[in-house]
Design a binder for this molecule. Structure first.
Ligand SMILES: CC(C)(COP(=O)(O)OP(=O)(O)OC[C@H]1O[C@@H](n2cnc3c(N)ncnc32)[C@H](O)[C@@H]1OP(=O)(O)O)[C@@H](O)C(=O)NCCC(=O)NCCS
Length: 174
């Protein structure tokens, strides 16, 4: 169980073991490979945020910044902590980060069989913009989903691609 004041923080290479265990827990046989998780943690264009409890990781989100687009590589909540709004708050946080970095598009891929995640994204305003047949290595199809963020300013600064300090500790609970 997580408390109401748990924090989301930026992950680094030292979190590899805990994050990989969390991958196995949340995605079971369809998890990222350990070396892929390591690549993400080590990538200057990626940002991984995770929520820790004393017993381990309880929520995680991986973002990859590709020019004017942010890709949500993964979002996951521990099974015992689901349906309490954590997934929604993490996705809203991703939007906030994009707005701050002047990134106007968030996109993601999701298995056509992952009804929970599709519903999460749909309720947040993501729209399907394609079907990727055989997208996953195990053969499942994926929907490509996208959300366009309204411009908050006419100041067209290029997106910052490195991890900004202010996200070191972020409270995602209301
Ligand atoms: C998808 C996932 C991240 C959702 O996290 P969560 O914290 O439970 O999401 P929320 O509590 O914010 O749910 C928001 C809405 O999404 C929808 N939703 C979430 N889980 C659902 C489910 N199992 N069945 C149907 N709708 C669901 C509901 O509309 C829900 O609102 P409600 O609880 O008021 O009905 C979580 O189920 C998970 O970690 N799944 C395994 C990993 C995964 O598949 N990640 C996505 C692909 S990368």
């Amino acid at each position: 169980m997580r408390s109401d004041c748990s924090l989301l923080r930026a992950a680094g290479p030292d979190d590899l073991d805990a994050l990989y265990q969390f991958e196995l827990l949340c995605f079971q046989e369809h998890h990222f490979r350990r070396d892929h998780v390591a690549w993400i943690l080590d990538n200057d264009r990626a940002l991984t945020l995770l929520e820790n409890e004393p017993h381990g990781v309880t929520a995680a989100m991986m973002l990859l910044f590709e020019g004017r687009t942010c890709r949500v590589l993964s979002v996951a909540v521990a099974p015992e902590a689901r349906r309490r709004g954590t997934g929604t708050r993490m996705m809203e946080l991703a939007e906030g980060i994009c707005r701050e970095r002047r990134i106007p598009i968030i996109r993601l891929e999701v298995s056509t069989r992952n009804f929970a995640a599709i519903e999460l994204y749909r309720r947040l305003g993501y729209r399907m913009d394609g079907v990727l047949y055989g997208y996953y290595s195990w053969g499942e199809d994926a929907y490509s989903m996208r959300k366009d963020l309204p411009e908050t300013t006419s100041d067209a600064r290029p997106p910052r691609l490195s991890e900004p300090e202010p996200y070191a500790m972020i409270n995602i609970n209301p």
